[in-house]
Design a protein around this ligand. Structure first.
Ligand code: SF4
Length: 391
């Protein structure tokens, strides 16, 4: 039997988050007790309950999606990211035609759900550019989400009207003081502008809102509590949208950043079970950052969506756009010499761990008794915005 202890959150810094006082304190107390240290038998008990609730709410299904990187240009300096402006990496921005080329490759692999990812660079990744990319691939993908720089509500509206249904913005860390240490330069330094992105996207009509923390930047229990508070708040405030939560752990990337607060496999498993028990209705996303055997282990305990066969560099699937490769360091473009151009590709954001193909992942899921879901949304249903504004 699970026992829910009083909430030991004092001193976590949570009270500084603007949504904390609006989140459901009963849910947070429950979650706080669930993530407190557990012995193996207590963790087994949590795991059984997490598995039961996952099957009750989602059945044995798992949504598959693919990230498509549009650009690795970025004006921000985030110490943990390979795309940071300080890193003299190989960069490029795909044209909308090249995005279509990459998207067609993913469509042929079976994907019908796609996540467009880009660094923050208003010159190369402008609003008009994003609209063009979405417009180009809309005939192929009923479900398009974006993971790009935070926007004003009016700009999110244009993205939704172009045909995207989801907006993903990870807070990276909810610890305000640590956030300042990791984000040295650029618009991303504004903690609260980022924090309120999901609400602005919702007001603009996005029907799928993705949030998450990058585990490794702060002590994991503190981060997990903040993420739970954010989730509880969004469930109330943005109740018409589907809320999804991602569990990324830091991976090696250009710049050589070492996570100061590594999260062990057991901790991630513990967090997953606790989160599923507290929020049985919330989708949980797992990327290819994790090792194959560990991804398989996590699936029954709460995962509802995962990426497969991912590339984390623009042009990674079909070598699209490599003709425009260059280096850019602190805003200054450095052309490549002839030797460097030979067979070169854009630099990836981080190394992935699970390199299995989408077919292999689908076959694995079937062997585990799961149904891989390539498509769970019809384009004609993208009328969430008009429903939202109806009185
Ligand atoms: S995390 Fe995002 S904003 Fe920061 S450097 Fe990387 S791509 Fe740019």
């Amino acid at each position: 039997m699970l026992v829910y202890l009083p909430n030991p959150m004092t001193g976590s810094g949570l009270e500084k988050l603007p949504f904390y006082s609006h989140a459901d304190s009963r849910l947070l107390s429950k979650f706080s007790a669930l993530i407190a240290p557990k012995n193996d038998s207590e963790l087994d008990c949590l795991a059984r309950e997490a598995r039961r609730l996952t099957q009750l709410y989602f059945g044995k299904t798992l949504r598959l999606y693919a990230p498509l990187y549009l650009s690795n240009e970025c004006i921000n300096s985030c110490v943990y990211c390979g795309f940071s402006r300080e890193n003299p990496i190989l960069r490029l921005t795909l044209s909308p035609e090249e995005v279509y080329q990459e998207a067609s490759y993913l469509w042929n692999q079976g994907f019908r759900s796609i996540l467009l990812v880009a660094g923050e660079h208003p010159k190369f990744v402008s609003l008009g550019y994003l609209e063009s990319c979405i417009d180009k691939i809309r005939p192929l993908f009923p479900s398009i989400s974006i993971e790009v720089a935070p926007m004003e509500t009016a700009d999110y509206e244009r993205i939704v009207n172009a045909g995207a249904e989801g907006v993903v913005v990870y807070q990276e860390t909810y610890n305000f003081d640590l956030y300042k240490l990791y984000h040295l330069f650029g618009p991303k330094k504004d903690f609260f502008w980022r924090l309120e992105s999901a609400e602005r996207a919702y007001a603009a009509g996005a029907r799928r809102l993705g949030i998450g923390a990058l585990f490794g930047l702060a002590p994991w229990r503190e981060e997990a509590l903040s993420l739970a508070a954010h989730t509880a708040y969004l469930l109330k405030k943005c109740w018409r949208a589907a809320i999804t939560v991602s569990l990324p752990r830091l991976r090696p990337a250009a710049g050589g950043f070492t996570p100061p607060y590594p999260m062990e496999d057991r901790d991630l498993f513990h967090f997953l079970c606790a989160f599923r028990i507290t929020f049985p209705q919330v989708g949980i996303v797992l990327s290819t950052r994790e090792q194959p055997h560990f991804r398989e282990k996590l699936i029954p305990f709460g995962i509802t969506a995962m990426s497969a066969g991912s590339k984390t560099e623009p042009g990674g699937y079909t070598d699209a756009g490599t003709h425009s490769l260059h280096r850019r360091l602190k805003g200054k473009e450095i052309p490549l010499d002839e030797n460097e151009k030979n067979g070169a590709k854009a630099t990836e954001q981080f190394e992935i761990s699970d390199r299995r193909s989408p077919d292999q992942i689908a076959a694995l899921l079937k062997s585990m008794g799961y149904e891989p879901v390539w498509k769970d949304w019809e384009t004609c249903l993208n009328r969430f915005k008009s429903r939202l504004t109806e009185k």
